[in-house]
Design a protein around this ligand. Structure first.
Ligand SMILES: C[S@@+](CC[C@H](N)C(=O)[O-])C[C@H]1O[C@@H](n2cnc3c(N)ncnc32)[C@H](O)[C@@H]1O
Length: 235
């Protein structure tokens, strides 16, 4: 993936937080993947569809772009404008009550979204795994707290995040929460390298959300948080 191919799509209109494109780039670098045209990939919590566009362009697979806050119609219009509407299907469903087919997807991606709905033990096993094929792969990138500060999210992050602080978990805890299952071959979690670049591209935007984050970058975001990379491989 060459990030320059996607710069024209990255804008105030399509971004919803620290650059999902940078996070996806690092996930794909860490775990290069190849798919066939018949494969189906779920992009869970795709927001305004930037990652879905890239996954579609970088693979020949069919992509399901699922989000809760952004309507399927809004995303469909963007996919038509971007020329990928035949390959990317917009869906608007709650990840807590999904309606996908059993073992439908060869892979699932989730960038800057999974922490909103998947913080409890058992979620992966009951709500995600049933839709993934044997041999499938799940790649997730989410904001979290560095391993050395695990257990201190309320104390360290609440000036910035308020009651949402609890959603920020360390790589070590994310791995524990995913848990074990005889379908899971391996789970790897790590502190991603793209923290500075992903945040700087978001903070360069001038809107109420990014300006709110800007005030806390030096005092909270950079010292205490990270992006947690998660790679799960199924048997
Ligand atoms: C910060 S935005 C990030 C969007 C996009 N992935 C990106 O990085 O630009 C978080 C996204 O998570 C999605 N989300 C939150 N809760 C969800 C749920 N229960 N089911 C599906 N998506 C959810 C929201 O709709 C929102 O678009």
């Amino acid at each position: 993936m060459n990030i320059n191919d996607y710069k024209k799509y990255i804008s105030e209109e399509t971004m919803m937080g620290p650059s999902c494109v940078r996070i996806l780039e690092e996930l794909l670098k860490q775990c290069p993947l190849q798919f066939a045209p018949g494969d189906e990939i779920l992009d869970l919590g795709c927001g305004r569809g930037l990652t879905s566009l890239i996954i579609a362009r970088e693979t020949e697979a069919k992509v399901y772009a699922n989000d809760l806050w952004i309507s399927a119609d809004e995303n469909r219009n963007r996919f038509i404008e971007w020329g990928v509407d035949g390959q990317v299907t917009p869906v608007c469903e709650d990840a807590n009550s999904p309606n996908f087919g059993e073992k439908q997807f060869s892979a699932m991606f989730s960038v800057d979204a999974y922490h909103y709905f998947a913080g409890n033990r058992g979620f992966f096993e009951s709500k995600i795994m049933p839709f993934i094929k044997d041999g499938g792969i799940i790649l997730i990138g989410i904001p979290g707290i560095k391993d050395k500060f695990e257990g201190r999210a309320d104390e360290l992050l609440s000036d910035w995040l308020g009651e949402d602080s609890h959603m920020f978990k360390s790589p070590k805890l994310c791995k524990e929460i995913i848990g074990n299952n005889n379908r899971i071959a391996s789970v790897k979690t790590w502190e991603m390298e793209c923290l500075d670049i992903a945040w700087s591209e978001w903070l360069a935007i001038d809107n109420n959300f990014s300006n709110g984050d800007k005030k806390y970058f030096d005092s909270i975001i950079k010292p205490y948080t990270c992006f947690v990379g998660i790679e799960i491989k199924l048997h």
